[in-house]
Ligand binder design. Structure first.
Ligand SMILES: [Fe+2]
Ligand SMILES: [Fe+2]
Length: 170
């Protein structure tokens, strides 16, 4: 089956992963230019899901979508909070960990994208046009204040992840 929305968002995941890989290509160094692009593109991706995909699917079947999206919303909140502190190898380890689980749950057969794609069948092109027009999210420079890390840890907790546990893990 042709799945243009699934394809669109999955391609975007790969594009965003590639930016993070570029930012961490040199061992022991973080390329801040690539990292900046990673941040802005990940935030734009989340905006496309939250502002275009979810509302369109929700309009068709509010019950089904409402039952599915809280977990994704909380993970978006965690990822957004993780975009605030200055990047370190520890922070990036946690970002990668969450992103991998999150993206998989969206992409897997019968996952969030499949559900949204099926519900919005008939308005696919309209949605793709709207998605292409999504503007970048303006960002502040990374915030080194301890409060930024503290709120990232809290946002992770709300999404059922533990920052320290992820850091300690393999
Ligand atoms: Fe997402
Ligand atoms: Fe996504």
């Amino acid at each position: 089956m042709n799945k243009p929305l699934h394809q669109f968002f999955t391609n975007d995941h790969h594009r965003i992963d590639a930016l993070l890989n570029k930012a961490t290509e040199q061992p022991g160094e973080i390329d801040l230019n690539y990292y900046h692009h990673f941040r802005t593109q990940l935030l734009r991706h989340i905006k496309m899901e939250e502002n275009t995909l979810f509302p369109a699917a929700k309009k068709v079947n509010p019950e089904v979508v409402q039952a599915l999206i809280p977990r994704f919303r909380l993970e978006h909140g965690a990822l957004t909070a993780l975009m605030v502190p200055p990047p370190t190898s520890t922070l990036i380890k946690v970002i990668r960990y969450i992103l991998e689980i999150h993206d998989m749950a969206e992409e897997e057969p019968g996952g969030l994208y499949d559900v949204c794609e099926a519900l919005t069948h008939g308005q696919t092109q309209e949605l793709l046009d709207q998605l292409a027009k999504t503007e970048e999210v303006p960002v502040h420079p990374p915030n080194p204040a301890p409060i930024a890390m503290a709120s990232a840890r809290r946002a992770l907790k709300r999404a059922n992840y533990d920052f320290e546990e992820i850091v300690r893990g393999a």
